[in-house]
Design a protein around this ligand. Structure first.
Ligand code: CMC
Length: 387
């Protein structure tokens, strides 16, 4: 008592116990409730994985159908939130719109949210998972100056996102199945990643007993930055800045130069010191989408492929164990699908919402303490106010 550990960046601090996700960064292992991520990506889908993360077990067929139904039933966004979105300028960043809209859900549902009630927590999960893709699509439509499209009860989760984003109001939906499958995979691969900065933020924020939507909005704010979820946007910006395969060597040299702050976006990870298992699946999904859309010869992709090859063979990257991460490939898929670069992190947030919520739920379902780190004070010692 009275002693604490100085641990900048929480490199060696575990502030909680959790049964949700296991990562072995050295071996490149990621398990959700014990199931390897590659098996979930191959055999499961996003909503089933949501159920697993929230409930600890895979659902029966009936449970799966009921869960999907409830999510769908709660996917329409309240008109007050639609009005808030419409109030933003057309070029407001979509992550700013998302954060505000999710915080606004606290205003819509606060009176009926009881964090001590299991039933209330279940309904909040349906609302959050159901409305995230609707909000993501609304942010997009608003920025495009187009009419919002309501969720369609006949469409599956990722299909609905694509239709609400790229469809035209009043026309029947036409969704490409290869793209819908890739979108579902993107959501699934982002679903949870234990105590990353945004999830830790949701737990810390939630530990004060605040409204869960407000805690999730805090997670969205944290995810936005380029060192975290914003990396997928930064990857595409970087590929565009590199501009040609001929310029790659210059940028690799910049990344290796200790006196240059430039980093290769989409490379490296705080925990993985091996190939990120999600990146392997994402790479395969990227290949499928590009071949479906006939984009194998896309110039940005050529830069990405060459960069990946160089980084995997370069002594600097090998020694520092810097592998391409999940954001490296997800950006390429989203770009091919037609999602604007600045909206990439919104897709990450949509997939991650369930992970944030599962951690919040795990915390509030058992006795917990408010998070309150200490500090190493390096300021003045006591001195007197000048008389
Ligand atoms: N390019 C060049 N050098 C790098 C990179 C990179 N992308 N990443 C790390 N390094 C170097 C860094 O300069 C340092 O070198 P030295 O030991 O000589 O000082 C060494 O590798 C260790 O880096 P660090 O910053 O101490 O490592 P960290 O665990 O604090 O940072 C990271 C992890 C992900 C923030 C970092 O690798 C990075 O900035 N990557 C680029 C951004 C990115 O892709 N972020 C997405 C992360 S995955 C998805 C998510 O979590 O949301």
């Amino acid at each position: 008592k009275g002693f604490f550990t100085y641990d900048p960046g929480f490199m060696s601090t575990a502030p909680c116990e959790s049964k949700i996700t296991f990562i072995d960064g050295a071996k490149g292992v990621l398990l959700h409730r014990g199931y390897p991520i590659d098996q979930l990506a191959e055999h499961s889908d996003y909503l089933e994985t949501c159920y697993l993360l929230l409930n600890g077990e895979l659902p029966s067929k009936e449970q799966k159908a009921t869960f999907a139904d409830e999510v769908k039933k709660h996917s329409k966004v309240d008109d007050s939130v639609a009005q808030i979105i419409k109030g933003f300028s057309r070029n407001a960043h979509p992550m700013a719109i998302m954060g505000s809209a999710v915080n606004a859900l606290a205003a819509v549902y606060h009176e009926e949210t009881d964090i001590t009630s299991e039933e209330s927590r279940r309904v909040t999960a349906y609302r959050l998972i159901g409305q995230m893709p609707t909000l993501a699509a609304m942010a997009h439509k608003h920025r495009q100056g187009e009419e919002f499209i309501a969720p369609d009860a006949d469409l599956a989760y990722a299909e609905n996102y694509l239709n609400m984003t790229f469809g035209t109001a009043g026309q029947s939906p036409k969704v490409n199945q290869v793209l819908a499958k890739a979108m579902d995979r993107i959501f699934l691969l982002h679903a949870d990643h234990e105590q990353n900065a945004s999830t830790s933020t949701v737990r810390l924020s939630g530990s004060s007993g605040t409204n869960p939507f407000a805690a999730i909005a805090a997670g969205i704010a944290t995810l936005w930055g380029p060192a975290h979820g914003g990396a997928n946007e930064a990857v595409l910006n970087m590929l565009e800045e590199i501009g040609s395969v001929d310029n790659i060597d210059t940028y690799v040299a910049k990344a290796k130069d200790k006196n240059d702050p430039f980093r290769l976006m989409g490379f490296g990870h705080r925990v993985y010191k091996n190939f990120d298992p999600r990146a392997k699946v994402m790479k395969q999904a990227a290949d499928e989408v590009l071949s479906e859309l006939g984009l194998e010869n896309d110039p940005l992709l050529a830069i990405a492929k060459r960069l990946e090859k160089i980084a995997l063979e370069d002594e600097y990257f090998i020694q520092k164990k810097l592998y391409p991460n999940v954001d490296f490939y997800s950006g390429i898929i989203m770009k091919a699908i037609g999602i604007p670069t600045e909206a990439f992190t919104v897709i990450f947030a949509t997939g991650r919402a369930v992970g944030w919520y599962a951690h919040w739920q795990e915390m509030v379902s058992a006795p917990y303490k408010i998070g309150r780190p200490r500090q190493l004070y390096t300021g003045y010692s006591k001195r007197d106010y000048p008389a």
